[in-house]
Design a protein around this ligand. Structure first.
Ligand code: GRF
Length: 213
């Protein structure tokens, strides 16, 4: 993609990844991007408080407000178009993105997942369930993954990953805190790479070109 990234952040919860991306934009680490809309299915999302403090437009939308999938998706699409969104960052968004939207934003939707995909991803692998599964597996390494979104949960190609150790006395909560720190690092970093046109996607292969920063 060329030109500025106009990002819609989709978040159902507290929004700490949204905040990390926003900080990276505000401090100039990401220069060629702005967050133009925050979308949530949850009117109480902490992400809306962050949006409000920063004068970023908000859209509260969920399927229950509509009679059909088509109405829901076309209303969401209209709002994305109205705000000139050309890139979507899912940050703790608990709903599946409809294939019509995945296709309209091909290779322009990313997600952050709190484990090393393709392990510990897919249906049911969200929140503490992920960290519980990692600890139960006895793996010694976990981490975070930024990946492109396709039509299956946690399935699109990985853009960036970083590992953290799993300590012998970890609980799902202590592990989640260690992973979250890494999420806040690699998610803004991935968005910076997209904003600088340094990510090329070839089928399921992601190529990072010529990054010296
Ligand atoms: C993060 O752990 C992220 O990996 C997962 O949902 C959580 C969202 O946290 N997809 P926050 O709302 O960004 O604080």
């Amino acid at each position: 993609m060329s030109g500025k990234l106009n990002i819609a952040v989709f978040a159902s919860g507290r929004g700490s990844n949204f905040k990390a991306i926003l900080e990276a934009i505000k401090t100039g680490k990401i220069q060629n991007a702005q967050i133009v809309l925050v979308v949530s299915n949850n009117s109480d999302a902490g992400a809306f408080d962050i949006a409000c403090e920063n004068n970023i437009p908000e859209l509260h939308i969920n399927r229950k407000q509509f009679g059909t999938d088509e109405d829901f998706n076309s209303t969401l699409m209209s709002s994305l178009e109205k705000h000139r969104v050309n890139f979507i960052a899912l940050a703790g968004y608990m709903k599946k993105i409809d294939p019509t939207i995945v296709r309209a934003f091909k290779n322009c939707i990313v997600n952050i997942h709190p484990a090393l995909l393709p392990k510990f991803g897919g249906g049911g692998m969200y929140g503490m369930h992920v960290h519980e599964a990692v600890i139960a597996s006895k793996d010694k390494i976990s981490g975070a993954s930024v990946h492109l979104v396709d039509e299956e949960y946690d399935h699109g190609p990985v853009v960036l990953q970083e590992t953290v150790p799993v300590e012998a006395n970890d609980t799902p909560f202590t592990l989640s805190e260690r992973v979250l720190k890494v999420e806040h690092k690699i998610y803004p970093e991935a968005i910076r790479l997209f904003s600088e046109g340094k990510i090329k996607v070839d089928g399921r292969k992601v190529i990072i070109i010529n990054d010296e920063s």
